[in-house]
Design a protein around this ligand. Structure first.
Ligand SMILES: Cc1ncc(COP(=O)(O)O)c(C=O)c1O
Length: 365
């Protein structure tokens, strides 16, 4: 049996080592104050400190979040006040205003799946309320709003470089008061590089994809057995630098085409399977650089299992919120968590792989 295996994470082409470094470096990597850590959560922790946020300062944070960013803020000594998002994944200014007290010092905004929030509005809103504006563009590297890069509107912008390119790690931050660089020696990162290469081969060679398909239930069983709730949110050592391979491979992968290809792939999928896409993502808005292709299902787990058998590894991302969230108090966030899953849209996919995704979705409903 031959089945190409397509996952949402960008793969690492084998020829990367022979490429020339990019001529142009995108925001925020072209800024002197940009700092790169191993993970974005470590960048958040370090920047919260360097920006002068004090112990017990309160930060308005979305109930719809990954969890690791919340953990980083808590570990930095901050207090969290959650807000819900509306059906367009936007915060509601009235709800936010009702939450503001003297202790509230910052507002945390997430640009979901690479789609821009109205950053200009929120910048002005934060100025009016004298709040530090933190823009989480972890899923939105290369995206922009009204021609300006996401992450450049606030006093702090956060990015996950490895979500856009097949590198082992890399969480970047740009902020008005940059933290110091990690001083410990960097790891090489060969194991993650090997996995990203393996995924590239499995996406192109059906034989390898099929082997992986048979092996993956065993790997999953092993992971479930060892599963520790919320371990995925761990900050680890906040002073961890990116791996050596991240820093050497990233310049060879950066390309102005990434933005265009991700958008083209997204539009191609949208033209064929838009009826299952949640409303806020049914139009490819200007400036969006899609991280993944979202689909909404009443029974996402069964749907994902059917997709998996067709080689498409979707992800029910963010199913577990941070344990500090009172889930039931934020119904809209809960709905997105339980029903929205993500499919691949990255720049290494070719036409026939996109067709494989479309076919898998249409035959699994
Ligand atoms: C919105 C958001 N912010 C922050 C993070 C933290 O990124 P990292 O896993 O690199 O620490 C994530 C991770 O998925 C995320 O989705």
């Amino acid at each position: 049996m031959s089945l190409r295996r397509l996952a949402i994470w960008p793969t690492l082409p084998l020829n990367t080592y022979f490429r020339k470094p990019a001529d142009q470096t995108p925001f925020p990597l072209n800024q002197e104050g940009c700092r790169i850590f191993s993970l974005a959560r470590q960048a958040i922790w370090n920047a919260s400190k360097s920006m002068g946020l004090q112990e017990n300062d309160v930060i308005l944070t979305p109930a719809y979040h990954h969890g690791s960013e919340v953990e980083a803020l808590l570990q930095a000594g901050l207090k969290i006040k959650y807000y819900d998002i509306n059906e367009n994944l936007e915060p509601d200014p009235e709800e936010l205003e009702s939450l503001i007290t003297e202790e509230v010092k910052a507002f945390y905004l997430i640009h979901y799946l690479g789609f821009p929030q109205n950053a200009t509005f929120w910048k002005t809103w934060c100025e009016k309320h004298q709040l530090i504006f933190i823009e989480d563009a972890a899923q939105a590297f290369l995206a922009h709003f009204q021609g300006q890069p996401l992450g450049s509107f606030g006093q702090m912008g956060i990015f996950c470089l490895y979500k856009t390119y097949g590198i082992p790690d890399g969480g970047a931050v740009i902020c008005t008061s940059p933290p110091s660089l990690p001083q410990v020696p960097a790891k090489l990162g060969w194991w993650k590089v090997f996995k990203r290469h393996f995924n590239w081969v499995a996406a192109h060679r059906g034989e390898l994809g099929a082997i992986h398909l048979w092996v993956s239930p065993i790997i999953r069983w092993w992971k479930v057995k060892r599963y520790k709730p919320h371990a995925e949110f761990n900050l680890d050592d906040p002073n961890t630098p990116p791996t050596k391979l991240t820093l050497s491979l990233l310049p060879k992968l950066l390309s102005e085409e990434t933005f265009e290809i991700r958008r083209k792939n997204y539009q191609y999928l949208l033209d064929q399977i838009s009826e299952w896409v949640p409303m806020p993502f049914r139009k490819l808005t200007e400036g969006a650089c899609p991280f993944a292709f979202p689909v909404q299902m009443d029974n996402p787990t069964a749907f994902l299992e059917k997709l998996r058998k067709k080689g498409v590894m979707g992800l029910l991302f963010w199913i577990n919120p941070h344990p500090s969230l009172p889930v039931e108090s934020f119904p809209q966030s809960k709905k997105f968590r339980e029903k929205m899953l993500a499919l691949p849209v990255h720049q290494e996919l070719n036409q026939s792989e996109l067709d494989q995704i479309i076919h898998a979705v249409k035959t699994s409903i």
